[in-house]
Unconditional design. Structure first.
Lengths: 134, 147
């Protein structure tokens, strides 16, 4: 059964029965919004350190440029999507971007990610950002 | 003692405000979440204060190897295979304009890159390509659309 919250022009439908949240928030009309279920900003050099995060319990350092992001609360399955971005302070040209990819490790409780430099070598990066949507 | 409000079995439950009002959800005497008159949903969730949260309007986990498939998705009706390493994401419900944000992440392969090649309100084209510019298929291809 739908539950309607009406702030006149605000959210008009939060369809609990269908487990969807419908919200405007600049979209132009009320439309379904999906959730960011976990995110983390961490330093991957030296001793790996989390700057800030939500629903991330820890980062495992598996080796150069190889990390496992461990979730506090598990995902319902392994089909979530991952957004990853990395920056490396000491690259030629300054704060250069490099590749940050998912690895073969995908479980409901953890996501593996790997960082690569411009010449495709594994590299520890200072700023690594990851978000999970499901 | 918790207070339980049961939605009517046919008409549901409605919380309303007047034309200038907003709806606040309060606990322990302070607002924890708000729906304002512009339709913004505001909550804390570690943000530090009650702030507007914007929506992920579509997402899809693409199996781009062989016959293209969808591992899981939200607001995505289908994926069109438009070439090696090139995919069209078709939205179930259209975006209001073409100014939405797209994020694409693939599994590491060999100096891979991704790109967005076209977008409309009903779809976006994206691709994965290896060093040298040749197209490359991946599983998964992670796509997030925010608007």
């Amino acid at each position: 059964m739908a539950i309607t919250l009406d702030g006149t022009t605000g959210i008009t439908t939060a369809d609990i029965a269908a487990t969807t949240l419908t919200v405007n928030a600049g979209f132009g009309s009320n439309a379904t919004a999906y959730g960011v279920r976990a995110w983390v900003n961490f330093n991957g050099t030296s001793t790996v350190a989390i700057r800030d995060s939500e629903n991330v319990s820890s980062i495992t350092d598996n080796g150069t440029g190889d990390y496992t992001v461990n979730f506090t609360n598990s995902m319902p399955d392994i089909n979530y999507v991952t957004n990853a971005f990395a920056a490396f302070n000491n690259h030629v040209g300054g704060n250069g971007c490099l590749g940050f990819y998912t690895s073969n490790l995908t479980t409901t409780s953890a996501r593996g990610v790997v960082a690569r430099s411009f010449n495709n070598t594994a590299i520890d990066a200072t700023h690594l950002a990851l978000s999970i949507v499901r | 003692m918790a207070t339980i409000i049961n939605a009517d079995t046919s008409d549901g439950l409605k919380l309303t405000s007047d034309t200038s009002g907003q709806i606040d959800f309060q606990s322990a005497g302070s607002t924890k979440a708000t729906i304002d008159t512009s339709g913004n949903l505001k909550f804390n969730s570690g943000f530090g204060s009650v702030g507007t949260a914007y929506g992920v309007r579509a997402w899809v986990n693409i199996d781009g190897v062989g016959t293209v498939g969808i591992n899981a998705s939200g607001n995505v009706s289908s994926i069109t295979d438009v070439g090696t390493g090139a995919y069209r994401v078709n939205f179930t419900n259209a975006m209001p304009d073409t100014n939405f944000v797209i994020s694409v992440t693939t599994r590491v392969h060999s100096y891979d890159r991704t790109q967005i090649t076209a977008r409309t309100t009903t779809s976006c084209d994206l691709g994965g390509f290896a060093l040298g510019g040749s197209g490359a298929d991946y599983d998964p291809v992670n796509v997030i659309v925010v608007r």
